[in-house]
Design a protein around this ligand. Sequence first.
Ligand code: PHE
Length: 453
Amino acid sequence: MSEREHFGSRFAVIMAMAGSAVGLGNIWRFPYMVGEHGGAAFIILYMVASFVLVLPIFFAETIIGRRSRQGTFGAMEKLAPGTGWKWLGLLTVFAPIIILSYYSVVGGWSVEYLYKAVCLDFTNTPPERIQGFFGAFISSSGGPIAVHTIFMLLVAGIVLAGVKRGIERFTKVTMPVLFVLIVVIAIYSVTLPGAKEGVAYLVKPDFSKVDAHAVAAAMGQAFFSLSLGVGTILTYASYMRKDENIFLSGVGTAVSDLLFAILAGFAVMPAVFAAGIAPGAGPGLVFDTLPFIFNKMGAGAPWLSAAIAIVFFLTILVAALTSAISMMEVGVAYLTEEKGLKRATAVLAITAFAWTVGVLCSLSFGPLAEVKLLGNSIFDFLDKLCSDWLLPAGGLLFTLFVGWKMARPDVFDEFTNGGTLKGNVRLFNFVWFLLRYVAPVGIAVVFVTNLVL
Ligand code: PHE
């Protein structure tokens, strides 16, 4: 990563950023967060958080990354030489490695479900038994660790080979396919008998469920889903061409990410109600629900439903891979650029560390279920630690850096491409206000209330 390449086109930039953003956060995490925090009300909070608090962080990261053409640590050093900022930049290198560890466990589940789909397990098994699949699988030890290992090796292999060409071309094809599939499944899900309740759950807000934790969770979900606060977008932006439009890239990524999450909500929640599963069932929600849908579909056309199941889990896997790769890249960029490690050594070190932590996370659904950290399982603890604390903290740092450390004319220059983008020139005062006041104060307020409660 010491050579600075450029993404070829605006489409490539959006696809690379969307490839990082769209992942398990949308398909797996979003639906169960909605279920745990009261449905439609949570979705509204999430949208507000996405556009008011988190989109400004996207601008902050892209401004820092493109201006410095460096990874997090080097970027801070270049833009604020000799100050302590680079150490704060270093903090953001750890979060994505921790995320990678438990993300890989869930990525492993999608490997397992792909395998089950190929074996026609969802179409040939009675529905009662399908619902037992997930709980039985994750609470065992060997199987989940084996698929976690497979997923981690895939990530390591791709990062080692270089992400650019292959993965970029791959996502350009698979993302639209995933999009079409999620629409098809959402339509099917909404028309299942008993689905009405699920639809109502998604569109009728019940604000009585909204507390400080829900607000913090909505903000955390927005950070997680947009891959912000950890230097991922910053690193990608360092490959952006100078004539790209930062505003449009941000809005394009945020809108596609949001749309994807909402569609996943409509694919999953009605089926949750139709299948009689509790919406607050936690991390297994998607894996419990989708096989149920595939099974129902199979009653009419087994081959079609089996094919959809296979393509669906394959694409979830790819979406997870394109995100996981971007997490590993942040650490690899740091170790190769700043520490002079060979790419292979850097990949090996990060893989070994993240794999080991991932094993603990995986076991926390079974043999280590009794181990609690502040009342949470190891898996939940790390997930909450990252999305509710580390990511927003990283985001806060980036927005403070751009709003208060960088000179306003430099920020203006970067955001408007030297004043040539007239639309961005007009928007600048507003964006500057968001960056300097709204985002930092908003994030800090959510932090403090979450801490006090
Ligand atoms: N945004 C990714 C997803 O939604 C997860 C992610 C978080 C990726 C942080 C990179 C950095 O699945």
